[in-house]
Design a protein around this ligand. Structure first.
Ligand SMILES: Cc1cc2nc3c(=O)[nH]c(=O)nc-3n(C[C@H](O)[C@H](O)[C@H](O)COP(=O)(O)OP(=O)(O)OC[C@H]3O[C@@H](n4cnc5c(N)ncnc54)[C@H](O)[C@@H]3O)c2cc1C
Length: 413
C-alpha cells in the first residue's frame, strides 16, 4: 500500500473489470479515486457475462503477423498474478476444463493452416514465459497442442461438422466469481468512492482541470479532476467525442449472448470446445460452476456503428432471451451431442449478453475483417484525459497495472 503518496484525485469512468482493477491499483499507490458507474452494481456488464477464456492467441489465427496472439499471451501470463494484487483468488477453483479447438467444415482456415498458427503461439508462449517468469494462470508452464486422430473426433464433437479437433492447454476462468471478489474489494477500499447509478454524459477541458459531467437520479451535476480515465467500454466513444476525440479506426459494437446453465458438471459431461474459424461458437465446462454456451449466428443479435450502441441489455424480454438460448442450444447440440444429455430446469438458465466494442466494421465471416485482430488496444492519452480500449478481458490485469505505471510515473518492479 502507498508505494507513492501523491494525494492526487483521479476520476475513473466505468466500474467494469478494467475500471475496478485500475481503481484498486491506483488507490493502493496512494490515489484518491472517484469511480463512476451508470449501472446499479460494479462489474456486471461485459466483464461479467463473457466467456472467461484467458486467451493464448489460438482463436486469432487470421492475424498472421501474430500481433494479437502476442498481446493475448502477454496478458494471459500476468492475469492471475496481477489479479492477486487486489483479490484473494485460487485459480484451481475457478478454471474450466481445457479447451479443444474444432475446425468446422467451411472454416476460413484449414486444419493445416491453424496448426501452423498454434505452433507459433506455442513458441511465443515459451519465449514470453521465460521473459516474464510467470506461469499461465499461475499453474501451467507450457502451451501444448496436439491434433486428435480423425478416428477420435467423435469423442469430442460430431464428425459430420468437423474437419479436425485439436487438444490444447488453454483455459477459461469463471467470470462471476472474479466479479464478486472485485466488487467486495472495491467496496471495502477506503480510498475509492464508488458512485453507482451515475451516468457520465461528457467531459470538458476547463484549463484548470477536467470537468466530468454526469446525471444521477435524473439530476445533472459535474465535478472537476486533475486527471480522468475513461474505461466505459460500451460508453467509451460517446464520452471521447465530447472531448473532441475520434476513434482511431472504423469500429463496431456487437451484442453477443453468453448463455450460462448453472448446474454442476463433471469433466466428462461436456467438452470445452471453441469452433473455428469464422462465425461459429463455443462451449465451456466450468465443472461445479456450470457451463457457458454460444452460437454466433444466433447469439450475435446486435450490430451498431454508432458512437454508442442501443441499450441492448434493456431491449430483450425474458421470452426473447430464452428463444436465443434455445436456438443456440439446438445448433450447438448438432455439433456437440453430449450437451443433449444434460438435465437442467428453466431456472438454471442464465441467458445474459453483453456488448463487444472492437475495431473493424465487417463481421467475422470476412477473412480480412479487423474483428479477427485485437492488438491496437490499450490507453490513449490526451493531456490528462486517458481513454482505454480494453480489447479483451484476458488483458485487464496487465492493462490496469500498465495504466497505473504510466499515471503514477512508477513502474511495477
Ligand atoms: C459474450 C461475450 C464473450 C466474451 N468472451 C471473452 C473471453 O472469453 N475472453 C476475453 O478475454 N474477452 C471476452 N469478451 C470481451 C470482454 O468481455 C471485454 O473485452 C471486457 O470485459 C471489457 O472490460 P471493460 O471493463 O472495458 O468493460 P465492462 O466490463 O463492460 O465495463 C464497462 C463499465 O462502464 C459502464 N459504463 C458505460 N458507459 C457509461 C457511462 N456513460 N457512465 C458511467 N458508466 C458507464 C458500464 O455500465 C460497465 O459497467 C467477451 C465479451 C462478450 C460480450
Amino acid at each position: 500500500m502507498n508505494e507513492i503518496a501523491p494525494k492526487k484525485r483521479i476520476a475513473i469512468l466505468g466500474a467494469g473489470g478494467l475500471g475496478v482493477c485500475t481503481a484498486l491499483e491506483l488507490a493502493n499507490r496512494g490515489y484518491h479515486v472517484d469511480l463512476y458507474e451508470e449501472h446499479s452494481a460494479p462489474v456486471k456488464k461485459a466483464s461479467y457475462v463473457q466467456e472467461g477464456k484467458i486467451h493464448l492467441g489460438l482463436i486469432y489465427a487470421l492475424d498472421k503477423e501474430l500481433h494479437t496472439a502476442k498481446e493475448m499471451i502477454n496478458g494471459a501470463l500476468h492475469f492471475i498474478t496481477y489479479l492477486k494484487r487486489w483479490v484473494d483468488i485460487n485459480p484451481e477453483e475457478i478454471i474450466s476444463t481445457p479447451f479443444y479447438y474444432g475446425v468446422h467444415k467451411g472454416s476460413l482456415m484449414s486444419p493445416e493452416e491453424v496448426a501452423v498458427h498454434y505452433n507459433h503461439c506455442s513458441n511465443y508462449f515459451k519465449e514470453a514465459r521465460s521473459h516474464f517468469k510467470k506461469d499461465y494462470l499461475d499453474l501451467f508452464e507450457s502451451l501444448e497442442i496436439s491434433r486428435l486422430p480423425d478416428s477420435e473426433i467423435d469423442s469430442v464433437a460430431n464428425p459430420d461438422y468437423m474437419e479436425a479437433i485439436f487438444k490444447t492447454t488453454e483455459y477459461a476462468v469463471e467470470p462471476r466469481i472474479i466479479s464478486e471478489k472485485l466488487t467486495e474489494a472495491v467496496l471495502a477500499h477506503p480510498q475509492i468512492n464508488l458512485f453507482l447509478n451515475t451516468k457520465i454524459t461528457a467531459v470538458s477541458d476547463q484549463g484548470n482541470g477536467l470537468k466530468v459531467h454526469f446525471t444521477r437520479d435524473q439530476n445533472p451535476a459535474a465535478e472537476i479532476y486533475p486527471e480522468v480515465i475513461n474505461a466505459t467500454w460500451n460508453g467509451l466513444l460517446a464520452i471521447d467525442k465530447t472531448m473532441g476525440i475520434e476513434p482511431p479506426q472504423k469500429w463496431s459494437h456487437r451484442y453477443k449472448f453468453g448463455n450460462k446453465v448453472l448446474i454442476p458438471l463433471k469433466n466428462e459431461d461436456l467438452p470445452s470446445l471453441t469452433i473455428v474459424q469464422g462465425p461459429f461458437g463455443d462451449t465451456v465446462n466450468f465443472r461445479d460452476r456450470g457451463l457457458f454456451m454460444s452460437w454466433y449466428p444466433v447469439g450475435r443479435t446486435g450490430w451498431s456503428e454508432d458512437y454508442r450502441a442501443p441499450e441492448w441489455d434493456n431491449q430483450y424480454s425474458t421470452a426473447e432471451r430464452i428463444d436465443v438460448f434455445e436456438k443456440s442450444l439446438e445448433e450447438i447440440a448438432l455439433r456437440i451431442p453430449a450437451i443433449r444429455n444434460l438435465k437442467f430446469r428453466p431456472e438454471d438458465i442464465s441467458p445474459v449478453g453483453g456488448v463487444i466494442y472492437a475495431h473493424g466494421n465487417q463481421d467475422v465471416d470476412v477473412a480480412d475483417s479487423r474483428l479477427h485482430t485485437r492488438f491496437e488496444v490499450g490507453m490513449r492519452s490526451f493531456g490528462n484525459y486517458h481513454t482505454v480500449n480494453t480489447g479483451k478481458y484476458t488483458i485487464i490485469p496487465l492493462l490496469a497495472v500498465t495504466i497505473a505505471n504510466k499515471i503514477s510515473g512508477k513502474t511495477l518492479s
